[in-house]
Design a protein around this ligand. Structure first.
Ligand code: CDT
Length: 308
């Protein structure tokens, strides 16, 4: 039996601070229905799909912050999405800000199967940006203030007739992310992102945002023989321009489909999961060629230690 998953990368355009959850879910539903017409098995939404990218602001008062987090999933506002996707027989992956019953705050993606069953929740491992208010910036990137690092690491789950993993935005820049999932046989990695074009610590990188996005996604896919589905919330949101260019990357490292707008747009590709084996069983046959005894520093050491 061929294992083909038709995937829709459901890119979102900007979400305003005052946009209601209901209005956002209407947009998600429109994309799910479009995906159904396109024959999709799975729709992937961006990081923090239900709200504006709120880490761009410094909030002194926790009360202003709390409204951006979901304390359960589904919520009353997102239940129509869960119901409609199950009715259409489409699975989905949705990014949102999570506040757990015991008060932890995570940047989370949930994966739901075609029958509506929750497969897994993934919490972001690599939290970028800064902890304290830095008024010199044009806008903040306070993810490190508003989210905790995941204690769970990178999982891979049996779903959609294959082996599926998740990563969130900054995770995609780190080769360890892909390799830890590669070592669990991952065949499709789902990724949501919000990437401001302007990078205040080094603006020379601004013009390279699209290049760096493709670079990491393509190399991660190829070096681990996996599909990668990367989905943006792009466009100018509350005055901040964010990278769009959502794309689907094959295990060969080739981009097979890419968004051409910066707004709500569905990008579709038929992904043959068996294609992964071409890379996993040849050039990247881990069992045959990897040398973990030569890689000890990767897991043992955090920062750089230069020779004396
Ligand atoms: N959302 C997210 O992780 N964004 C980061 C921005 C760069 S670090 C300030 C990213 O890696 O795209």
């Amino acid at each position: 039996m061929p294992r083909t998953v038709t995937v829709g990368a459901a890119q979102l355009g900007p979400i305003g601070r005052l946009d209601t959850r209901d209005s956002v879910v209407e947009r998600l539903l429109a994309l799910v229905r479009q995906a159904s017409e396109a024959g999709c098995d799975l729709v992937v939404f961006p990081e923090l799909s239900l709200t504006t990218f709120f880490p761009r602001w410094y909030f002194e008062d926790d009360a202003d912050l709390d409204g951006f987090y979901e304390t359960e999933m589904p919520t009353p506002a997102t239940k129509p999405l869960f119901d409609e996707a199950a009715r259409l027989g489409i699975g989905f992956c949705l990014g949102y800000a999570e506040r757990t019953p015991d008060g932890h705050r995570y940047n989370t993606m949930i994966l739901v199967e075609r029958d509506g069953r929750e497969v897994a929740r993934y919490r972001k491992v690599h939290i970028p940006g800064h902890e304290e208010h830095e008024p010199w910036r044009k806008f903040q990137h306070l993810e490190r203030r508003y989210f905790e690092e995941s204690p769970d690491g990178f999982g891979v789950w049996r779903a959609f007739d294959g082996l599926v993993g998740m990563m969130i935005c900054n995770d995609r820049r780190w080769p360890e992310t892909y390799r830890v999932m590669g070592l669990q046989g991952v065949e499709m990695i789902l990724c949501g992102y919000n990437t401001p074009i302007h990078y205040a610590p080094d603006p020379s990188q601004d013009i390279l945002q699209g290049f760096h996005n493709n670079l990491v996604l393509q190399s991660g896919a190829y070096q681990n023989g996996t599909w990668v589905v990367a989905v943006a919330k792009g466009g100018v949101e509350e005055g901040v321009d964010a990278l769009a260019q959502s794309c689907i990357v094959a295990p060969s490292g080739q981009i097979v489909a890419q968004a051409f707008t910066t707004g709500d747009e569905l990008v579709v590709a038929r992904c043959d999961l068996d294609w992964c084996a071409r890379y996993k069983q040849t050039l990247f046959d881990f069992d045959r060629y990897r040398r973990p005894e030569a890689y000890g520093r990767i897991a043992a050491q955090k920062g750089v230690i230069t020779p004396d």
